[in-house]
Design a protein around this ligand. Sequence first.
Ligand code: 13P
Ligand code: SF4
Length: 309
Amino acid sequence: EQPLSDLQKEIVALKKERNAVILAHNYQIEPIQKIADYLGDSLGLAYAAKETAADVILFCGVHFMAETAKIINPDKTVLLPDEDAGCSLSDSCPADKLAAWQDAHPGIYTVAYINCSAAVKARSDLICTSGNAVKMIEKVPKDREILFVPDQNLGSWVARQTGRPMQLWPGSCYAHVLFTARALEKVRNQFPGAPVVAHPECTEAVRDLADEVCSTEKMVTFCRETPADKIIVVTETGMIHRLQKEIPDKTFIAGPTETCACNDCRFMKMNTLEKVRDALRNMTPEISMDEELRRKAAVPIERMLEWSR
Ligand code: 13P
Ligand code: SF4
């Protein structure tokens, strides 16, 4: 394995000095993954944020993830290396539009995928991630009608898994909808017998071709346990680094789009080692929010953390 670069060593030293923990999502660039104290999916990261004893959480992911860490950990300083690292899926459900929809449908039970703003969380009854969506939907009281926001793809997948009908917000992840069934079929023909694992944010046509549909963390388990030694992985490219590191004796083939053999999320890729270093050095950009909003947004997140154990 490559030794740490000078910049990575500088970050490790600053981290100690600040009593900081680095939490990174599986889609981060490989040099960031390498210096992370915890690397995982949204659910694992939420638990890691809740349980850390550090004073500072440096969150290498996108804004809603860092915001979630702050909501459940208000006394800690939460830093995001690039404050513009947003999420197209989160942006597809503005809180005022959700409020108008809810006003027109009194009594609706709102389940929000964690990829949404604090203001949307504050208007939701329950949060879920791709790792626990089925389990969370099964907990919703049977007599309640469900609105699922903001991802229509995860929503339609979970509706099918649970047999529970629900209203779907028309949002999607710009990166995951770029994977097409046609491009995937071509790669499958090149690697006959290789199982396909896909993220539930992919379209139904792509999910229908997959042997397993799951969160990024569960992809690690699937790839480890399958007897196959070549696996087609239909999600953001950063995932391939994590899989290669943990399962070095297998081959991972990135899922293709119509125009590219792989697929980066432009928001996840905004974080760089330089920005990580500068964030720890300058203790900015820091996540902050109105306390009343934070308290409201914490309710459905805490409910999820409790129900998901
Ligand atoms: P996971 O929770 O499965 O890692 O997904 C997060 C995400 O943003 C997928 O695009
Ligand atoms: Fe958002 Fe999609 Fe990027 Fe995940 S991959 S952070 S859902 S834009």
